[in-house]
Design a protein around this ligand. Structure first.
Ligand code: SAH
Length: 367
């Protein structure tokens, strides 16, 4: 059950698409043409409160307040890294917490947002996995992270990139994620170009097939990380259900716009998947695909049973891929000092403290 599915709760305006908002206003006596005006306040100007909708008559604002609520996460903490990356800890209406990251000029300003509280995928190298899945985010909560980051950082006008690479598996919360993407890309709202949105997934094959038919098409990044089924299953357990051959077949069938490519993310882990033989096998798997590989040297953390390769090992792997004519980039880690880098998002406070759970798993006494 969603937190706001309780009797008497009003509808969340933050998760309505423009066409739905038009219909929803009528019972409140607000003319449908005002929907665009209200939608712009919420998604373009990122206001948090009816009172800020200054070109709307007072009676309309009162009617809105009676019929709807506007869910916006609260900022519970904000950490700034020495490299300018900022990590935001958000508290949701039910007290649960999620994280989002602002990565300036990489090369565009990028927001990394969450789609779930925790994650169910259990990837062996990822800290978020330690939380387990607490619940899905609503579309309003996904969009809310972007609204809040934009207003807090004063980035209402400039184009931004959005990567669905925070907590959670976006295709495991399919409907809310797609709804959020439709809202974020709507020209009358936040108007983010779909070309500036990247969805990163472990590769839930049936969901990929659905995604291929969506009207709003984000860029696709696949978390591959392994080059044999045995190796990939040990790192990304969902591979047991959707093995490499099926996943890559779904990627081959995926419609790509001209000049667009699928990004394959590959977390490089010392002694596990970082050999030259792995690089060659990876190149072989991607033959015939319009692909690029993004190598992410592991961000090590306590509780993660893996090590980061040395700089020389990372180089060797990248070069072996390039030698096989694969386009490769090595992801520079940002925000590691505030634990905002890939796979380092873990909320340690709150009622069902994942921190305590993690401490338990690690055998620590004071989590
Ligand atoms: N669930 C989605 C999106 C979230 S993770 C997915 O799996 O794609 C975004 C990227 O960070 C993924 O490629 C993920 O595998 C990677 N990642 C997770 N933990 C990491 C770690 N400890 N070091 C480096 N990258 C990590």
């Amino acid at each position: 059950m969603r937190w706001d599915d309780v009797a008497g709760a009003t509808r969340d305006l933050a998760e309505l698409e423009l066409s739905e908002l038009e219909g929803a206003l009528t019972p409140s006596g607000i003319e449908p043409y005002r929907a665009k005006q209200i939608y712009r306040w919420i998604h373009r100007r990122a206001v948090l409160d009816w009172a800020q909708m200054t070109d709307l008559a007072k009676r309309h604002r009162t009617a809105l307040a009676e019929a709807f609520h506007l869910s916006t996460p609260n900022i519970a903490a904000r950490d700034r890294s020495s490299d300018g990356t900022e990590k935001f800890l958000f508290e949701l209406a039910d007290g649960r917490r999620i994280e989002a990251v602002y990565i300036p000029k990489s090369p565009a300003d990028t927001f990394c947002v969450s789609t779930q509280v925790g994650c169910a995928m259990q990837c062996s190298f990822c800290l978020t996995a330690k939380m387990g899945l607490e619940r899905n985010l609503t579309a309003g909560e996904i969009v809310g992270q972007v609204r809040l980051l934009r207003s807090e950082l004063g980035l209402l006008e400039q184009p931004i990139n959005i990567v669905l690479m925070g907590m959670g598996e976006p295709l495991h919360n399919y409907d809310a994620t797609m709804r959020a993407l439709r809202i974020l890309t709507c020209p009358d709202g936040a108007a983010v170009s779909p070309r500036r949105v990247t969805l990163s997934t472990v590769g839930i094959v049936p969901a990929l097939a659905r995604l291929a038919d969506e009207p709003v098409m984000p860029n696709l990044a696949i978390s591959l990380h392994g080059t044999t089924d045995e190796q990939r299953t040990s790192l990304v357990p969902v591979n047991r259900r959707y093995p490499l051959a099926e996943l890559l077949a779904a990627c081959r069938a995926f419609p790509l716009k001209r000049r667009n490519r699928i990004t394959f993310e590959y977390v490089l882990i010392r002694g596990v998947n970082d050999s030259v033989a792995d690089a060659r096998r990876l190149a072989g798997l991607l033959t015939g695909l319009r692909a690029k590989v993004n190598v992410i040297p592991l961000n090590a953390a306590p509780g993660i049973p893996h090590e980061r390769p040395t700089a020389a090992q990372i180089d060797r792997f990248g070069k072996a891929l390039a030698d096989c004519h694969v386009t490769v980039s090595i992801r520079k880690s940002r925000g590691r000092d505030i634990r905002a880098a890939c796979g380092q998002l873990l909320v340690e406070t709150g009622q069902q403290s994942p921190g305590q759970r993690l401490a338990g798993m690690l055998g620590a006494t004071d989590g």
